[in-house]
Design a protein around this ligand. Structure first.
Ligand SMILES: NC(=O)c1ccc[n+]([C@@H]2O[C@H](COP(=O)([O-])OP(=O)(O)OC[C@H]3O[C@@H](n4cnc5c(N)ncnc54)[C@H](OP(=O)(O)O)[C@@H]3O)[C@@H](O)[C@H]2O)c1
Length: 266
């Protein structure tokens, strides 16, 4: 497998696939723009570094993880090396399957994946869809690849900008919430390292409750909210601050930007 543009998300994929034993370091080829980045990846993970065209020649599965603005340039560079035995998986925000088809001249099956960085610790969320050339076995392969790094859902491509705004950008929104909850703990006298641990574990536990019980979040919220207790006073402050509207708008705005990124060129 070759990762074209092994930056933050590429590194998370390297780390996850190595730690699950799915690939050995010598089975992973990576490319980047700078020598410094390639040296770091080689030293940190023992993977082989190469250039984009050689990487495509030598691998059967290609993960394209450059910025969307560089997609056309990089795909035009490697198009001559791609053929029907390759599987190209793009993790880029905003870039559509039809754009990818145009820039690869329809030479290989294509899958669009939208992962997030928690896949590094096998807690990722990845949405997948394929083009007409991608058969069930290609989607199955991509699904089993990303399943080793967390949860995976096959979804319609029209939802991908929304997925990007929700689950790919989402971790950044949640980190801000954890940081802010911890600040509340610090304000109430808890040492910062404990406040951060308590806030993060509360988020982890709550997220697991939603996924494992299948209950609606509002029902779970009601279970915490004793009449005339302290939680309802806290909820009142959250509502005063417009937390719901703010979060809805954050996802909506990130989704809008994801769509716009695919139309930008460097
Ligand atoms: N970060 C996330 O949470 C996340 C989640 C889902 C999807 N994505 C998508 O993943 C893609 C990458 O995002 P990122 O956050 O990982 O960005 P990033 O850290 O900037 O990584 C991009 C990588 O591309 C390399 N690169 C630049 N030009 C190149 C070229 N011509 N050939 C080969 N490699 C080249 C860069 O190399 P240098 O380091 O040497 O400059 C860098 O390592 C984006 O399309 C984004 O939409 C990201």
């Amino acid at each position: 497998m070759c990762i074209l543009g092994a930056g933050k998300i590429g590194e998370a994929i390297i780390e996850a696939t190595l730690s699950t034993g799915l690939f050995k370091p010598e089975q992973l080829l990576v490319t980047a723009r700078t020598r410094k980045r390639l040296e770091y990846l080689q030293t940190a993970f023992g993977v082989s570094t190469t250039d984009n065209r050689a990487g495509v020649r030598e691998a059967d599965v290609i993960i394209l993880a450059v910025k969307p603005q560089l997609a056309k340039t990089v795909l035009t560079e490697v198009a001559g090396e791609l053929n029907s035995s390759h599987l190209l998986i793009s993790v880029m925000a905003g870039t559509t399957l039809s754009q990818l088809e145009e820039w690869t001249v329809g030479s290989c099956p294509l899958i669009r994946a939208m992962p997030n960085t928690p896949l590094r610790i096998k807690k990722g969320m990845t949405a997948l869809c394929g083009n007409g050339k991608a058969g069930a076995h290609h989607l199955n392969f991509a699904e089993s690849l990303f399943n080793t790094m967390g949860r995976t859902r096959i979804m319609e491509e029209r939802l991908f900008d929304a997925v990007t705004g929700l689950s790919a950008s989402g971790p950044a929104f949640i980190y801000i919430m954890i940081e802010s909850l911890a600040e509340g703990g610090v304000k109430a006298g808890i040492p910062r390292h404990l406040a951060t641990e308590l806030a993060a574990q509360a988020c982890l536990g709550s997220a697991s409750m939603v996924l494992e019980t299948g209950k609606h979040p509002a029902v779970l919220k009601d279970e915490v909210t004793t009449p005339a207790g302290c939680t309802i006073d806290g909820i009142l402050k959250l509502e005063e601050g417009g937390i719901r509207v703010t979060l809805i708008k954050a996802v909506e705005e990130a989704a809008r930007k994801a769509g716009a990124l695919g139309k930008e060129e460097s």
